[in-house]
Ligand binder design. Sequence first.
Ligand SMILES: Cc1cc2nc3c(=O)[nH]c(=O)nc-3n(C[C@H](O)[C@H](O)[C@H](O)COP(=O)(O)OP(=O)(O)OC[C@H]3O[C@@H](n4cnc5c(N)ncnc54)[C@H](O)[C@@H]3O)c2cc1C
Length: 397
Amino acid sequence: MSHEMARPPGLTGGEVTGRADIVIVGAGVMGCSIAWSLSQRGAGRIVVLERDKIARGSTAAAAGGVRLQFSTATNIELSAYSMDVWENFENLFGVEIGLRQQGYLLLVTDPSHVPVFQENLRLQQSYDVPAQWLTPDEILELNPVVRVDDVIGATFCPRDGWCDPYSATMGFARAARRHGVEIRQDSEVTGIRRVGDRITGVELADEVIEADLVILCTGPHTNQVGATAAVDIPILPYRRMSFTTRPFDDVPSTIPFTVEFARGLYVHPEGPGFLFGMGNPDEPSSLDDTVDEAWMLNTIEALCDRIPAFTTAAVHAGWAGSYEITPDDNPVLGYVGEVEGLIVAAGFSGHGFMQGPAIGQCISELVMDGAARTVDISPFSPGRFKDGRLAQERNVI
Ligand SMILES: Cc1cc2nc3c(=O)[nH]c(=O)nc-3n(C[C@H](O)[C@H](O)[C@H](O)COP(=O)(O)OP(=O)(O)OC[C@H]3O[C@@H](n4cnc5c(N)ncnc54)[C@H](O)[C@@H]3O)c2cc1C
């Protein structure tokens, strides 16, 4: 069942052309997962507005990593719920997402990081995450080509892995549409309507859709979109890039998602080749989505330094997208305190794709039941920044 809204021709901005119970802005993994979860709960008429196409924002740029290895309990719980969904995605949604659970191997080279990783490990194990500490010899059993002469140890969780963000997001989107959600592409929200302390809907170029609840799933654009309702949401975009190699046999395709934590360098098998990347810590905030070739060369150099076998590999493709970073590297989740009718689910600081399923579930509970029950997301509430209750995540890649 679809709910196409009447859109009279020749309308100018300001005239109300439709009404929804809930408007979701943004059709990345979050918008689509939340739309699906809400549709399951019979939340009424749900319209998702996407200025581009489904899964073309940050979600399209993601390396696909899904992991349980976090330093905050809330993230471990969000990822644990999500991992169950990723593992059963084909049964649930009828879509193959190419999940490969070859583990995340987080290499520790800086002695000051060891106690932090040991503490993270204790927390993870208390949540039944099967992560463990590995010595350099044990690391080589999993990844025989990685250079370990300066590696102190690593944490490894065999349940971690990676899958395809596009297929997964389309899986949510199709399921949501089957349950009556209208997802409109090429539909940019130009403003959020606010009357006093209440949100009343959204504006597009030539129409207005009224709604009592607006959910911002606008990823790296959230600060700009929030500003149209005079709400300050502290999420800044930062360019991040990933690259793939051409088919390459000199590195085993069985290696885990290998991360050199200190440099933020990562690599994992992808199709017949490998996918790799490394964040540039000195790059200022921007929405630039062009590939920085100088940083690409730095990344290749770092990769060949850590895994010398890659010296003979050829780069096949590269792309840039935005991390959506908050002051404590954790998302902004929940009702914005100063206005009625506005929820934010954004700012996942580079680990959002993997948490899509849990965020859908938790936000639908927040809307329908008044609070998230599956995972207590209150530590990530929008108000925490003003209240000085930051929830710093330390396992940021
Ligand atoms: C290079 C790279 C690698 C990454 N690797 C991983 C990884 O391995 N694992 C992981 O979990 N995460 C990873 N991430 C992070 C992950 O991609 C994001 O956290 C996640 O995709 C965020 O999803 P989202 O739905 O919140 O945002 P998005 O996917 O950006 O979706 C937001 C949507 O809102 C739309 N929008 C914005 N403004 C408007 C408007 N005014 N009107 C209408 N629509 C609007 C945008 O067009 C966009 O489609 C990576 C990110 C990058 C850049």
